[in-house]
Design a protein around this ligand. Sequence first.
Ligand SMILES: Nc1ncnc2c1ncn2[C@@H]1O[C@H](COP(=O)(O)OP(=O)(O)O)[C@@H](O)[C@H]1O
Ligand SMILES: [Mg+2]
Length: 361
Amino acid sequence: MQISEVSLQGFRNLEQLHIKPSEGINVFYGKNAQGKTNFLESLYFCATGRSMRTKYDWQMIGFDQEETHIRVSVQKNTRKERVDVHLKRDTKKGIARNGVPIKKLGDLFGALYTVVFSPEDLALVKEGPGERRRFLDMELCQLSRIYYYDLQQYYRILKQRNNLLKEIQKKTSLQETLFVWDEQLIDYGERIIGARMNFLQRLDVIAAKKLNALTGGLDQLKITYKPNCDRGQMTEKIQRNLQRDIYLGTTNHGPHKDDILFSINGKEVKSFGSQGQQRTTALAARLAEIDLIREETGEEPILLLDDVLSELDERRQKYLMESIDGLQAFLTCTGIEDVIKKYISNENLFYVENGRITAEN
Ligand SMILES: Nc1ncnc2c1ncn2[C@@H]1O[C@H](COP(=O)(O)OP(=O)(O)O)[C@@H](O)[C@H]1O
Ligand SMILES: [Mg+2]
């Protein structure tokens, strides 16, 4: 799939723009704080209905603007799609797909598939389990609307169950009503566990190949799902921990506590990997996502590469650029590094300065 047109109005510091990106790699270069990442963010928003860096949608509206519009046209294998986003300061976000307003965010998924590479990817390996669950959920939601709804339901029920647990502390007779929530929690929870397990098994196989190639066969990557409750075990765990849950006023078991283990040559990357191995692991996971999306949907994802080349040594740069050959990519950088010059022609260059994006051709 390819983005054929992008229009922006009032988006962060960016001036009104209308561009027609080309196939292959589109490079956005310029000094720091000029609006390069902002541009990628607008595309990411059209794919997921969320920002990859801010929590509140209104933060993407230009400081001196009342609203912002994003319009992206996508050419897919057999059809075109258009996504229109409209954010205002005090009303709900409006998103339309092919001119029809969507009712639920899940209806947006599939219009546009993106894979994001950024320096923050390192967090996937280095930070706490929350980061890794976020990675899982973002990927799975893009790929499966069912997963997205299951996840929403799970967290809704979890919240209600936790509220009830606190109520039970004050009034024990309420415990009789708990089973209603437990049944649903387990039902959705088991579905999430199953989906995550399946996804990570496939990711593991592909990512291991990527990392192997990246390191010239030196390093063997293993991605292991670490579910808090194994598949089929949630009922038992929830029942066994009931008194503890009530005592603590919170649900201590379920996929909201899941984690992923990345290991290289049998050692956990987080604790024992070098900075380079941590970076390579994150890179391999992202590259594997590309293949998974392609396998699952038959479409080529669009790549958003935010300032990643400067973080990689030459060998990894080269591997990355070769791996994404043939895909449409939006790549930001501060200087036009040698490696880019080798892979792109001039017509794919955009200069970004103080919110103005200029095509150089
Ligand atoms: N809502 C907003 N309205 C206007 N400017 C914004 C908004 N949010 C961020 N900015 C500005 O955008 C700039 C950062 O843009 P960014 O795309 O992150 O830069 P870079 O080119 O380094 O990737 C900063 O100058 C920041 O003040
Ligand atoms: Mg940036």
